[in-house]
Design a protein around this ligand. Sequence first.
Ligand code: CP
Ligand code: NVA
Length: 306
Amino acid sequence: MKQLLKMLDLSTEEITEILNLADQLKYELKNGIPHKHLEGKTLGMIFQKCSTRTRVSFETGIYQLGGQPLFLSSNDLQIGRGEPVQDTARVLSRYVNGIMIRTFEQNEVEELAKYGSVPVINGLTDFSHPCQVLADLMTIREYKNKIDGLNFCFIGDGNNMANSLTVGCLKMGMNVTLACPTGYYPPDIILDFAKAYGDKFRIVNDPVTAAKDADVVYTDVWASMGMEDEVEARRIAFRGYQVNDEVMAVAKPDAIVLHCLPAHKGEEITEKIFEAHADEIFEEAENRLHAQKAVMVLVMGDKEQS
Ligand code: CP
Ligand code: NVA
């Protein structure tokens, strides 16, 4: 694995390799076993959007691996004044050993990777959020002791999370059902990918239909970062697209609930369901650390790479 730009780029074997290493690193951290695989290495982290989890888990993670982070806000970088991403990539590649980027357009991540000469990790774009999905898959495996054959349901916007979850969950053998309002489906590139999985993928309008017999119920905000102008329109369009008692009543009795966070309680999820499943949701947040450490070791480390 040379870099992490989107879930579509990863094979099932690569995802499994990341999850296995993430489990190992989590065990090592909890048991005080040193794992400084990135001694002396620097990760540049470009943020064009806000972050709590991604920033803190990458910063802490690289420290734990023996390296150091460089937080690069777009407000401070020349990129914020119009320096092209292609030039930024070529400059940063001469200083750092890897670059994580959170931005708007997926194309910017692809260009950074094309022009840079160090590994690039996508820390969220409007199209995808692969780091989050790797932590999600890790969490699902932890709670269910398997992934293959489970029923996965996503309720809400056909956004970066729905896109990456659809791809990641299908690649790992899950049955995926999305409940999205008409007009808010994932883009064709995702729907075309998913359709190749036949009966294992469904997209419906009704959240209760989608949640029937689900092992995992997932949701995300109605309006993502960058959609601030659409908040009111989306409140109307997504009314009813909520993980609540009615939805959970048809899911399997031992279903887990996941949320990438931040959550808007009372919108996409009720406070009651959120708190009832807080253990899973915050384990999921913790697993960002372990999954991203695995990604960094695989793309930036000297370990044999597949
Ligand atoms: N889930 C997630 O990416 O959180 P942040 O926006 O806080 O990084
Ligand atoms: N869909 C959300 C995910 C946040 C982690 C957003 O892009 O804002």
